[in-house]
Design a protein around this ligand. Structure first.
Ligand code: ZN
Length: 205
């Protein structure tokens, strides 16, 4: 990159067309450099620079700076990040302090969100005393207007448009609490084994 920069990009009298070619080469080299940098585990340790930063001896990455670029395979299984769960028993003063991860991706038309946080104090309404929000890992998947959220305690599936604010909330009952004739409205199949151990359900659309 230095060679291209010194000998071509900063060369006097170079014409625009040539400049463009070398600018493109420089870009490509930059991409390759970044890719190789992300492959580096900084095995050889760090060295101090003149401005007192510590940089990897191989790739030049500055120590303790997040590696923010994510390069993904075009084909095959893509992997971003590692599984994170709440990591403290402490109740934090603010949501921000309690945050571990809040990230989302749109993947070929489906939306996925992961929210992981420790316990924190929160006000649901002004003037109300603080309540403790529990530590949680919540994964939310949205597809074709259907939302499925999974946390440590519940698996929630929402079908149909979101309720407007102030609208009457829907009922929630266990199946055994409902009358058979009411149950017939629900296109749900329960899956279970010989011992009636619940193993899943299917909702017909
Ligand atoms: Zn490195």
């Amino acid at each position: 990159m230095d060679y291209i920069s010194d000998n071509y990009l900063n060369k006097e009298g170079i014409n625009d067309k040539e400049l463009e070619v070398f600018a493109n080469i420089y870009q490509q080299l930059g991409m390759a450099w970044e890719f190789l940098g992300l492959q580096c585990r900084h095995w050889d340790g760090y060295k101090k620079t003149r401005d007192r930063k510590e940089v990897c001896k191989i790739c030049g990455k500055v120590r303790d700076v997040d590696e923010t670029h994510i390069l993904l395979l075009v084909k095959g299984h893509k992997k971003i990040g590692r599984k994170k769960t709440p990591d403290s028993k402490k109740t934090f003063q603010t949501k921000k302090e309690a945050k571990i991860l809040y990230d989302s991706i749109d993947f070929h038309g489906a939306s996925l969100k992961v929210d992981v946080h420790n316990s924190y104090k929160s006000k649901l309404f002004k003037k109300e005393p603080d309540i403790n929000m529990a530590a949680e890992r919540i994964v939310l998947l949205k597809e074709s207007g259907i939302e499925c959220s999974i946390d440590q305690h519940t698996i929630n599936i929402c079908i149909g448009p979101r309720k407007e604010k102030g609208a009457k909330p829907d009922y929630g009952n266990f199946a055994f609490e409902l009358r058979k004739k009411d149950l017939k409205h629900f296109p749900v199949l329960f899956e279970f084994d010989d011992n009636f151990k619940f193993s899943g359900l299917t909702i017909l659309r």
